[in-house]
Design a protein around this ligand. Structure first.
Ligand code: BJW
Length: 239
């Protein structure tokens, strides 16, 4: 038993936690999907139609990642992982690496990682901090024209689903931070946890998400303010 009374915490994060670091969200005003068509850059069909454009889109975001830093919300979650006596698992929909750079270790990237690429020929995943071109040969099988961003597009199966389902079953506190609740299966996790009936559920978001009414507790405001304050209260046992 931890100092908070909780034993196992699952934290779902989305683009909103990285917004104050300077990364665009997807669906807010000025978000990524207001500038590019998601069918063009975030579906296997879009990639098949125009691989050059899709590689350029992800190469630009990969490059931009080097210019941003983790913020107080990422750092507060890392502090939780270090100071909490039980289990803490971050299930992030984000493809950025700001949780890791903020100090978190137990992070699961269900929609993949911007700094990785995968070969559609041999299946090998490679760390890739640089620009990627279609014709770049796979470092493992040496075949050109098969490397793609190691991210999950619409219609593709998110990663680590079994581990996530198990963690949702085992947790007694579920936090959802900075996600609009539009994209499944992540958007359905609060319903899953509620149905299981053993975890307290909390939304921390700038504004009410699509699923806000499903949460037992909601706290609205910018992540860099509300997340550190919530984690402080959690570790001081006053929630
Ligand atoms: C702040 C803040 C601040 C701002 N502080 N907060 C019909 C019904 C149900 C499902 C489907 C359906 N038709 C199709 C589907 C399935 C589909 C889906 O969900 N579609 C919906 C659009 C309806 N899902 C899929 O295809 C997924 N795969 C799948 O379902 O496989 C089959 C399966 C079967 C059985 C079991 C399990 C699976 C794959 C989804 C892949 C999503 N990929 C993307 C792109 C990744 C690569 C990339 O980055 O380019 O992932 S899309 C994009 O959306 C990205 C994100 O991870 C994801 C979620 O977005 P997020 O993080 O919530 O961002 P926003 O912008 O939406 O919200 C930000 C929030 O932050 C807002 O609320 C702000 O208010 C807040 N905020 N500033 C705090 N400072």
């Amino acid at each position: 038993m931890s100092q908070t009374g909780y034993k196992s915490i699952v934290i779902l994060t989305g683009a909103g936690i990285s917004a104050e670091s300077g990364l665009n969200t997807f669906r807010d005003a000025g978000g990524i999907w207001t500038k590019v068509n998601l069918e063009d850059v975030a579906t296997p069909e879009g990639f098949a139609r125009n691989p050059v454009m899709v590689q350029e889109f992800y190469s630009a975001r990969r490059k931009n990642l080097a210019n941003v830093e983790p913020n107080a919300a990422h750092e507060a979650l890392a502090r939780l992982e270090k100071e909490f006596a039980g289990e803490v698992l971050i299930v992030t929909q984000n493809v950025d690496n700001l949780h890791e750079r903020g100090g978190s270790e137990n992070v699961l990237h269900m929609h993949g990682e911007l700094l990785k690429v995968r070969c559609d020929n041999c299946g090998q995943v490679h760390h890739w901090p640089d620009e990627l071109f279609c014709e770049t040969p796979c470092p493992s099988c040496k075949t050109p024209n098969y490397l793609r961003p190691h991210v999950v597009w619409f219609g593709e199966m998110p990663f680590e689903m079994m581990r996530i389902d198990q963690a949702l079953e085992d947790c007694d506190l579920f936090l959802s931070i900075g996600t609009s609740g539009n994209v499944y299966p992540a958007a359905g996790y609060v319903a899953t946890v509620r149905q299981l009936g053993r975890a307290h559920t909390v939304e921390l978001n700038l504004e009410p998400s699509e699923g806000a009414t499903m949460f037992a507790e909601v706290i609205h405001g910018p992540a860099t303010k509300i997340v550190p304050a919530y984690i402080d209260r959690l570790l001081n046992k006053s929630v």
